[in-house]
Design a protein around this ligand. Structure first.
Ligand SMILES: N[C@@H](CCC(=O)N[C@@H](CS)C(=O)NCC(=O)O)C(=O)O
Length: 191
């Protein structure tokens, strides 16, 4: 089993947390640096991480990798409710990546622009829903959904993308799970 990714990516981290007890090779790539970008392009035309290689099969996208691993590792399939939770987590993650890359491209994301405003509206609405679910203790089990949520929150803190003051239940979830397996070794601050 071989996982291609980067130390900072929250999408990669959720798979690393899932594989915490498994032997696998981690290929740490600098996806925006020239050499690794060529390697990435040769392996995956979407130019995104993570990718997963097993038994001569290459699998793209964290969600598809999870589905692949449900078979290989006999993990439980996600319920439709959990699928929706993951979609909400991914919506925040994707919009934050979009804003992050916009800022890195020299754009002022504080400008009153439709493109930036819809990302921010999606992030706020989705964070509100996750906060309510955390208040209802819906992330009490350390499963793939909780791992995905933790990876998102820690990346938000690491990159200073959002203030978490308005989300006390999500902060409590974050604090409660700091000691889980592979959290320390997958910390994005280790870059
Ligand atoms: N839907 C993908 C999203 C993966 C993704 O956006 N990864 C980011 C790193 S956090 C990436 O590779 N970004 C490169 C880019 O957007 O060019 C998944 O779940 O794996």
């Amino acid at each position: 089993m071989k996982l291609y990714g980067s130390q900072t990516s929250p999408y990669v981290r959720r798979i690393r947390l899932l594989l915490a007890a498994q032997p696998y090779e981690f290929v740490d790539m600098q996806i925006f640096a020239e050499g690794d970008r060529e390697k990435l392009l040769a392996l995956n035309p979407t130019l995104k991480v993570p990718m997963f290689e097993h038994d001569g099969q290459m699998v793209f996208d964290s969600g598809v990798i999870y589905r692949y691993l449900t078979t290989v590792l006999s993990l439980p399939a996600l319920s439709w409710y959990q699928e929706n939770q993951l979609t909400v987590i991914n919506a925040i993650n994707d919009s934050l990546v979009t804003l992050f890359l916009s800022a890195r491209s020299g754009l002022d994301t504080n400008e009153d622009r439709l493109f930036f405003n819809i990302q921010k509206q999606r992030i706020a609405a989705s964070m509100f829903v996750l906060e309510q679910q955390a208040q209802n203790h819906e992330f009490a089990q350390w499963n793939y959904i909780a791992m995905s949520l933790y990876s998102l929150l820690d990346w938000v803190i690491f990159r200073e993308l959002l203030e978490l003051d308005e989300y006390p239940a999500l902060q409590a979830f974050y604090a409660e799970n700091k000691q889980q397996a592979a959290i320390a070794t997958t910390d994005p601050r280790l870059t």
